[in-house]
Design a protein around this ligand. Structure first.
Ligand SMILES: NC(=O)c1ccc[n+]([C@@H]2O[C@H](COP(=O)([O-])OP(=O)(O)OC[C@H]3O[C@@H](n4cnc5c(N)ncnc54)[C@H](OP(=O)(O)O)[C@@H]3O)[C@@H](O)[C@H]2O)c1
Length: 273
């Protein structure tokens, strides 16, 4: 399969992440609304998706995958076995399956789909909705560089995209897929601090979020070690060092490290329920 030949994209299990991908892809103009079909378990979910994105929807996964150039599997890991059994025999080797499910190896999917169907595993995050996502891709045994390029082209329109060996996927899940939730807690907490020292809540939230955005861009654009950038803010005997001392006393570093490690371990277990 060559890039830029996407006729139809089927999103099987269009929940939170599936919706982020649909929204981002349409917004980016990579595909038109008429090229997308989404499935879910409940009709109410489909009604919401067709109202929000004006894409075709169906409860029948088999119908959705028929004729799709790319099938994105976005169901929970625990639902994967049942979903794969339902579409087996309805996907051919000239289609590409991209799974965004945590915990589910490409080999698991290849075995259940059979017929030499190529599989790429992707681990995106919800900021794909606003095309500020971070996605890591790994190719399965049957996917060639053309398949990987198609997947890269799709996810590159939704933010940054890296290609890594599949053995890193649980770590990626615990860091960049779960990570937005950690950062929302950090932003919420910083805003609470602002409220505590007298700022209106909406102002405090804007200050915290835009500050985080700028700091993140400094890391990505400068390529500097974050510690060096931190030192640039920290004037001797100034106020920032007092704030940093509080963070050290509260164990922020250790807490964040442990959060990623715990989430990565849990990611490895999800397939078992
Ligand atoms: N959320 C994230 O930030 C994120 C990031 C990266 C990867 N992921 C991965 O993405 C997958 C989905 O996560 P999520 O957070 O988007 O979960 P979610 O919101 O619960 O979405 C799952 C969707 O699957 C649908 N579904 C369940 N059984 C189905 C079936 N048999 N056929 C078709 N659709 C079915 C559900 O439909 P109903 O709504 O009708 O029940 C739901 O819309 C997981 O494997 C997760 O590891 C999530």
């Amino acid at each position: 399969m060559k890039p830029r030949q996407l006729k139809k994209i089927a999103v099987v299990g269009a929940g939170k992440i599936g919706e982020s991908l649909i929204g981002g892809l349409i917004d980016a103009g990579l595909v038109g609304r008429e090229q997308v079909i989404a499935t879910a378990r409940h009709q109410e979910r489909l009604d919401l998706l067709s109202t929000r994105f004006r894409v075709a929807t169906t409860l029948a996964n088999r119908e959705a995958v028929r004729g799709a150039s790319v099938v994105i599997l976005a169901v929970k890991p625990q639902a994967m076995e049942e979903v794969l059994a339902g579409i087996r025999g309805h996907i051919k080797r000239n289609q590409l399956v991209i799974s965004v499910a945590a915990s589910v190896p490409t080999a698991f999917i290849e075995k259940r789909l059979g017929a030499g169907v190529p599989v790429v595993r992707a681990m995106p995050n919800t900021p794909c909705l606003i095309r500020q996502g971070m996605t890591v891709l790994s190719r399965g045994r049957l996917a060639d560089s053309g398949h990987l390029e198609v997947a890269r082209q799709i996810f590159a329109t939704l933010g940054r995209c890296l290609i890594l060996d599949e053995r890193h996927m649980d770590a990626v899940t615990g860091l960049s897929a779960s990570g937005p939730a950690y950062i929302y807690v950090v932003i919420e907490s910083l805003a609470e601090g602002g409220v505590k020292v007298g700022l209106p809540r909406d102002v405090a939230t804007t200050l915290a979020a835009q500050m985080a955005l700028g700091a993140c861009d400094m890391v990505l654009q400068s390529g500097e070690h974050p510690a060096k950038l931190k030192d640039m803010v920290t004037t001797p005997a100034g106020c920032t060092i007092d704030g940093l001392l509080e963070l050290e006393e509260g164990g922020l570093r250790v807490t964040l490290i442990k959060a990623v490690v715990r989430a990565a371990h849990r990611a490895a277990e999800l397939i078992h329920g």
